[in-house]
Design a protein around this ligand. Structure first.
Ligand SMILES: [Zn+2]
Ligand SMILES: [Zn+2]
Ligand SMILES: [Zn+2]
Length: 355
């Protein structure tokens, strides 16, 4: 009778394959047990993912955008700890940091390693993994790639985060939504709530869908003189080389750059590498900051942005995330960092109590 590897079970998906009458050496037994362990791990991960997806609430059911000068997201109903409020890549505009462009997939943001299949020979800033290497993704990339390569070489050297961000946004405005496998397929979808915020911010009714990012604040008065002039120079230079979307002006672009800085989420992210890039999301960018947050933003394997509650949250309470790693900094360092990066002075409960 054949010996069974340690811990082997008969039948079912997890049974270790074994031929009738075959005797396994200890090495083979070990290898078979390893194989089984890996299979079980994968199975558990699949089940976990399925459960999370089933629990995913549509954002609108979990949160509402309070309209006003300081628009923010507040909970709709009582929320429990650990609830998944949002899990989609449809509403965000994001790019990888320049340093991750060659190592991470430009569509799903996974680390590629051996699964790297394609690297754009033209811009050399966009790669695709095995799963995302599809004709429609490459075709869509050509739009942003053309804009990117249209600017002077000097603008494309070094850190190209802002440049690629703007190229992606312009490509969406001019050529429509990217394929579903790329983030941002519903970025320009107007919603009544956003329209309301838009009107309250004194911009009247949006002329075109591309104005929805204008709902986010620029914090212009708090930006440094240097950064303001950098934004303005960037926008002017860009206009000399690239065709703007209809109705979009140089000053609109300078404002967009300030919005990116003020509202950009450090996202996508990964457990291993931390923040991989940044994004603006029509909803998640309205999550205010607190040094003792009640929500967190993470990412799943498919590059989707997930917002989860960290505590129980009462109906009507603001949904808050932390824009900084709170524990690794002193209170002063934390506040200085927040001002430097996002241009606001934190006055959350924790900061007020000096902790
Ligand atoms: Zn991918
Ligand atoms: Zn390219
Ligand atoms: Zn604070």
């Amino acid at each position: 009778m054949a010996r069974r590897p340690m811990g082997g079970e008969e039948g079912g998906e997890d049974a270790v394959e074994e031929k009738e009458g075959e005797i396994l050496t200890p090495e083979e037994q070990q290898a078979a047990a390893e194989k089984k362990k890996k299979r079980n791990q994968k199975k558990r991960a699949r089940a976990k993912k399925k459960k999370a997806a089933a629990k995913a609430l549509v954002w609108e059911k979990a949160a509402t955008l309070s309209c006003g000068r300081e628009s923010r997201l507040v909970s709709k109903g009582n929320l429990g700890k650990g609830e998944l409020l949002w899990g989609t890549n449809e509403y965000y505009l994001s790019v990888l940091y320049t340093s991750h462009c060659g190592t991470h997939c430009g569509a799903c943001y996974a680390e590629m390693g051996a699964s790297k299949r394609w690297s754009c020979p033209v811009c050399k800033s966009f790669s695709l993994c095995e799963k995302c290497d599809k004709a429609e993704v490459k075709e869509w990339h050509e739009h942003e790639c053309g804009l990117f390569c249209g600017v002077p070489v000097g603008m494309r050297q070094g850190d190209t985060d802002y440049l690629r961000f703007v190229c992606r946004f312009f490509a969406i405005c001019c050529h429509g939504a990217p394929p579903a496998s790329l983030p941002g397929s519903r970025l320009l979808s107007p919603t009544p709530e956003l329209d309301e915020v838009f009107k309250l911010r004194g911009r009247g009714k949006s002329r075109t869908d591309i104005r929805f990012l204008d709902c986010l604040s620029t914090n212009e008065e708090l930006q440094s003189e240097d950064f303001r002039s950098w934004c303005s120079n960037f926008a002017q230079l860009f206009e000399r080389h690239v065709k703007f979307p209809a109705g979009y002006t140089v000053s609109d672009l300078a404002d967009l750059l300030m919005r990116i800085r003020t509202n950009g989420l450090g996202f996508p992210c990964s457990d291993k590498h931390g923040t991989l890039g940044w994004s603006l999301d029509l909803y998640a960018s309205f999550l205010d900051h607190s040094c003792s947050p009640n929500c967190e933003v993470t990412m799943d394997d498919g590059g989707k942005l997930l917002v989860r509650t960290l505590t129980d949250i009462q109906d009507g309470s603001p949904l808050l995330i932390s824009y900084v790693d709170v524990e690794s900094r002193t209170p002063k360092e934390r506040r200085d960092h927040l001002f430097e990066l996002y241009r606001f002075r934190c006055s959350c409960e924790r900061c007020e109590s000096g902790k």
